[in-house]
Design a binder for this molecule. Sequence first.
Ligand SMILES: Cc1ncc(COP(=O)(O)O)c(C=O)c1O
Length: 417
Amino acid sequence: MSNKLSKTSSNGAINLATDLERLRSLSGIKWQRYDDDVLPCWVADMDLAPPEVALDAIRAVVDRGDFGYNFAAAWKLGEAFSDWQDRAHGWKPNPDRVVVFSTVLHAIEVILWETTTKGDGVLVMTPIYPPFLDGIAGAGCVAVHCPLEGPDRHLTNEGMDRAITGAKAAGTPVTTILMCNPHNPTGRVFSREELGAVANIAEAHDLLVISDEVWSDLVHPSADAAVDSADVDVDQAEGRAHIPFATVSDQAAARTVTVFGPSKSFNLAGMRVAVAHMGSEMAAKALENMPPHSRGGVNVLGAEATLACWQSGHDWLAETKVHLTSQRDHLSERLASELPTIGYRVPEATYLAWLDFGPLELGADPMKFFIENGKVALSQGTPFGPLGEGFARLNFATTRTVLDEILDRMVTAVSNR
Ligand SMILES: Cc1ncc(COP(=O)(O)O)c(C=O)c1O
């Protein structure tokens, strides 16, 4: 059977699956959920093949038929994660404190389950990636919403404190912050000042911080240039470097679990690999007390593919980011000229655009409007929490042709209304 995606070139260059027929033949949920006449830009998968180094690693296991009890790659993931973080973000986590999970959400849910008591409050920065809310409810906890503030959607000490003290007064003691940095859906990369405020709040209220940094490799330029400098403080207009929350202070590190994985950076969600760095002793102990196999594990193909990416995926990622930034900028230009009343803040990271359709008066659910009138499948806004009404999320990690077709259809749907 032929490869559904055209192969990446041997020098590791990214390869977009350029023709729609091929994209539609992929078996993942992005292209299968809707009819063939719908263009999907919802779930956070990219329309490009993973790096050749990952595909080679997978092929090598398959060619050897090496599917016994094989943990060789899985045991190296802690070290590889630490090296990757060091090189990408200037943080050298201790590999001995790294626990492997099958997905980032798996890690978050296990940690919530093991470290909270039913009825505890978990602070989230709203709007927020919907599975966070499901995971919190699944652990028997209560989501305590801290709305991001202002048109630039920033975090403040006062906002977090207000949410925590309000919840406490209503009988919900907050014990945990579940942070998303960079932030899905807004694409915010939190500044040192904002992260410092989170650290202060965590200290003041004695909170565990679970920091989901799965988007941290996908920060738009010129943010990365600042990573080398000790004091990362990049002008907002030029982009901002990702700051691992565990690097904010020693106190912050000691109350943090950082979760990360290859699913976003390398388009490997189906490979089911993630890691958690247990900076918090309390959380580490809680996991140690679990029955040995209850945390699950990763399979040999996922572990080999992830290891290959973290060891040799740098060039591919750099090239992918150039493409994503150019898609982001193209989207920004077209929105500004053709749908100028939509509320939109250029994302500093991710390949997601969080769009406020309120001014167009398309109703509470613009996603429904665009499916019905434009055959475009965005992510629905309301599952992102109380601030999601009137919003939808657009995934621009596709080819320029597909993105243009999506935008053409949206513009036409709006003008035919
Ligand atoms: C913030 C965030 N965390 C976690 C995930 C899912 O990661 P995984 O598939 O590793 O659970 C996503 C997927 O889009 C995400 O946006």
